[in-house]
Write a protein that binds this ligand. Structure first.
Ligand SMILES: [Zn+2]
Length: 64
């Protein structure tokens, strides 16, 4: 699951709910983030906004 999707906001909300219960530690075994590895609509939108010079660049590894 890409961290740039609404999934991130959902996870932040869940983490806050858990933290409010007084736990000492929350261990997240993911998600992993690999810059340049995701071309979902959310990542493409962020790239076009913050790195417009990368639009049209070939994905790493020749992916689609
Ligand atoms: Zn993405």
């Amino acid at each position: 699951m890409c961290v740039n999707t609404p999934y991130r906001d959902r996870m932040f909300k869940l983490i806050l709910e858990i933290a409010e219960r007084g736990v000492d530690v929350i261990f997240l075994d993911g998600p992993a983030y690999y810059p340049g590895a995701c071309y979902c609509k959310h990542c493409r939108s962020m790239v076009s906004r913050f790195q417009p010079e990368r639009i049209g660049a070939t994905p790493r590894g020749g992916g689609s």
